[in-house]
Design a protein around this ligand. Structure first.
Ligand code: NAP
Ligand code: HSE
Length: 433
């Protein structure tokens, strides 16, 4: 017997429109899998005058109450974005006993405790697969497939727009051209500052770390930087060292604490993340029992994200009223790792006077903080020289202190900021020994 199940959308833009069209096209598949005939009956927008290709006769409205007060609507997909009014709408819907599926990473990263409390009080489910890495089912894998795996490291490229921009720039496009192209393709956030500043990736890493480590990782605990500060010199230096620049999200559980960050990194050309091009994302999960699993796929785009929204809707329908997946994933308390304790190999460069003793003083300055050099390349630069340095793994705080000392040496004219290096190969295999 088939059950008619009505769905509403908050938002009918890039993702909302794609959800409507894909649901209409796949309603038969969902019915065969779940016994429910799913139909989008209402969609909330700001402007009803906009031209839209509505797939299956959904009513377009600007009145949220038409969705909240409609008892025939069982599941609502929040695909409008922003913190408010989206947050208040989601809380109201959950309190009214409607299941909610959201693609809104900022909302989930900032307000998960309140939202899950509302879901629990309303006896309904809150799902958020589409909020992280669009089409890649990483939340499902972490919560279901890896439930007993003790995942202790998540490393990934989790923003499609910045990865698209970086790879288009490698092909010769300007930053502005590449970003405009990403916006035209529907990859970027409504305000692309969130993408290029790293804020979008930071929210995704906060969610991933929370689910992977089963502890709340507040967004404020995620240190982030974007791609706006990337210097063409960095891109050129990476190429010379057989690496590429990527915006990398890294979450680690070490020494009883977590460290979660997003920053541009030099990624070894042989590393799986170096091969992630365009708007694709990849997430590498490391855990006790699994060693390493890498998931890769489209990380942005309307139809790609719609696939995850519909997977959540289908999963809710298939498990209505039951299941551990309706609970908040954070059930324990792990502290944030002390600042500066996070370890990595790093790249930095120094513009120095080219005279006897310079290298010795640089090496001494690093050694005083127990930072060891893995690779050093020197280029003449006018009256001085540029030293490109790759270190062995060192605590970020120790390197920052060493660079502070080096900046004070009279031979050192300028020091770049350190950039972490991502590589699975040892220094000998890389030819750095
Ligand atoms: P979008 O194209 O800008 O669409 C937003 C939709 O929400 C529009 O239909 C807009 O109405 C409606 N809306 C916005 N504010 C509203 C308000 N205050 N009241 C009523 N309706 C409102 O955005 P999108 O790219 O589809 O993204 C939507 C969400 O999905 C965001 O949370 C985003 O982070 C997330 N997401 C996007 C992607 C992607 O690749 N695009 C991927 C993963 C997740 P109008 O049409 O009338 O303007
Ligand atoms: N703007 C986001 C990105 C969309 O480019 O990755 C997916 O969340």
């Amino acid at each position: 017997m088939t059950t008619e199940t009505n769905v509403a959308l908050l938002g009918y833009g890039t993702v909302g429109g794609a959800v409507d069209r894909l649901l209409a096209a796949s309603a038969g598949d969902i019915e065969r899998a779940t016994g429910h005939r799913v139909r989008v009956v209402k969609a909330l927008v700001r402007d009803t005058a906009k031209e839209r290709q509505v797939a299956d006769g959904a009513a377009i409205t600007t009145d949220f109450a038409e969705i909240l007060d409609d008892p025939s609507i069982a599941v609502v997909a929040e695909v409008m974005g922003g913190l408010e009014p989206a947050g208040a709408y989601v809380v109201d819907l959950l309190a009214r006993g409607k299941h909610v599926v959201t693609a809104n990473k900022q909302l989930v990263a900032r307000r998960a405790p309140e939202l899950f409390a509302a879901a629990s009080a309303g006896g309904v489910q809150l799902r958020f697969e589409a909020s992280v890495c669009a089409a890649i089912p990483v939340i499902k894998v972490l919560r279901e497939s890896l439930v007993v795996t003790n995942v202790h490291r998540v490393l990934g490229i989790v923003n499609g727009t910045t990865n698209f921009v970086l790879t288009e720039m490698e092909g010769g496009k300007s930053y502005a051209e590449a970003l405009a192209d990403a916006q035209a393709r529907g990859y970027a956030e409504a305000d692309p500052t969130d993408d290029v500043s790293g804020a979008d990736a930071a929210a995704k890493m906060a969610i991933l770390a929370t689910v992977a480590f089963n502890t709340r990782v507040p967004l404020d605990d995620v240190q982030y930087a974007g791609i706006t500060e990337i210097d063409p010199l960095d891109v050129a230096a990476a190429r010379e060292l057989e690496m590429v620049v990527r915006l990398v999200g890294a979450a680690r559980l070490v020494d009883g604490g977590y460290d979660v960050r997003v920053e541009p990194a030099f990624v070894d050309a042989q590393h799986p993340l170096a091969k992630v091009d365009g708007a694709f994302n990849a997430v590498m999960l490391q855990g006790d029992a699994i060693r390493e699993i890498t998931l890769a796929g489209p990380g942005a785009g309307g139809t790609e994200t719609a696939s995850a929204v519909i997977a959540d809707i289908t999963s809710v329908i298939g498990t209505m009223g039951t299941g551990f997946l309706q609970n908040d994933a954070a059930w324990r308390e792990v502290p944030k790792l002390a600042p500066g304790a996070s370890r990595s190999p790093f790249y930095f460069r120094l513009l120095v006077d080219d005279r006897p003793g310079t290298l010795a003083h640089v090496a001494e300055g690093l050694a005083r903080h127990e930072v060891s050099i893995a690779r050093l390349v020197q280029h003449q630069a006018g009256s001085g020289a540029t030293l490109h340095v790759v270190t062995h793994e060192a605590p970020a705080g120790a390197l920052a202190a060493a660079l502070g000392d080096l900046a004070g040496l009279e031979e050192v004219r300028r020091a770049s900021r350190p950039i972490p290096v991502v590589s699975d190969r040892g220094v000998a295999e890389l030819g750095w020994a």
